[in-house]
Ligand binder design. Sequence first.
Ligand code: PLP
Length: 465
Amino acid sequence: MNLMSNIYPTEVLQKIDAAHHLHPFTDTRALNAEGSRVIVSADGVWITDSDGNRILDGMAGLWCMQIGYGRTEIAAAAHRQMLDLPYYNTFFKTTHPPAVQLSEKLAELAPAHMNRVFFVGSGSEANDTVFRMVRTYWDLMGQPEKKTILSRVNAYHGSTVAAASLGGMTTMHGQGDLPIAGIRHIAQPYWFGEGGDMDPDAFGVWAARELERTIDAIGEDKVAAFIAEPIQGAGGVIIPPETYWPEIRRILNEREILFVADEVITGFGRLGTWFGSDYYGLTSDLMPIAKGLSSGYLPIGGVMVADHVADMLVDKGGEFFHGFTYSGHPVACAAALENLRILDEENIIGRVRDETAPYLQRQWLALADHPLVGEARIVGLVGALELVPVKGDRSARFDPVGRVGMLTRDISFRNGLVMRAVRDTMVLSPPLVISKDEIDMLVERCRKSLDEAYADLKRRGKIGS
Ligand SMILES: *Cc1c(COP(=O)(O)O)cnc(C)c1O
């Protein structure tokens, strides 16, 4: 039967989904008891479910829908490319125009010292590629003992084996006996959750110096790289204190290790700059990208490689025994190119920087006055609200952790706004094309949802007096 056209009732779709579909990051048993929400169409910043509800997508899909849903130019570019050349590989001394053009465009957009890209299908594949490139680089440099890669607790770098190992999520490590050997996780710059008695600036310096202390403990001659997201996304939109990145920069300048800036979320405009590295003034050696590269219209990712690393891999490396059937997939490249053209020509990132981000920020930060909110933070169009049982006490947590976040998320969905809950932190990352009117609606729905969650907790005696 033709399910795509949504002629079947929601219950039928849910029943089939429950019988046959294993969802990612999902307790399938719990989901099946409740039934999946079925999304059938979308336009701009709005998604529509199978019952006809229009919901403001405050998460840009999964942090990826920069240009908004429903852009026919992307569909047309993909259609044209499918007719010309729907697929060919880039392995055996071959290439094709979309991959050529996209590599050139990325070299133009990326920081000046990065001029080459290795194409992959996703952010996870990008980080598995990073893992092998980093170690191969030091082998070629004649320092094969430089193997340890430093990452951070609560980082997210993807779900494949090396990416999940680089990530710092203990729940993920618990499944599949991860992390693999040779990875060390240091403290994250999460002042609200872990800053203790320190003020944010002092904590930022302390967290950054964990990198220095760990390099010294292991020995610089054994450390290959440090990988980090400019702002941790899936970990709960953790925006480092202002002192953090400058101190990390100082340490990296003094040490001979590679720096990998995981730009899978922060790339392509999320912070009001093309890359998070531009926002924080970071110079990286490798830069994994995905998500906003195609605004999610088709799956594609890549690793941008700094010239000095690429030169080594190219000049001394011989064959790099690594790649994917869909590395540089022509239709995905064509969609990405069109997405970048739209971002560029419509000045979408400039508008985020100058207009919509400051506009949202004012209203978002004002949510900190809500009795359920312990902290509101935001950079560009990515923000978070820390929900707390005792306002003014950063050490107090809901018990069990996560239930109030989930409650608030469900209420928000019912109120026509997608937010995501990470623990009891609400996170927000709307499409970059969101208008000021839509921002007003977003904040109004968010506040209403906080009110309802608070009232519900109060009624059940779970909060306050
Ligand atoms: C989403 C994400 C990834 C993984 O990307 P996938 O396309 O889901 O494999 C890697 N790094 C960061 C920072 C991400 O947010």
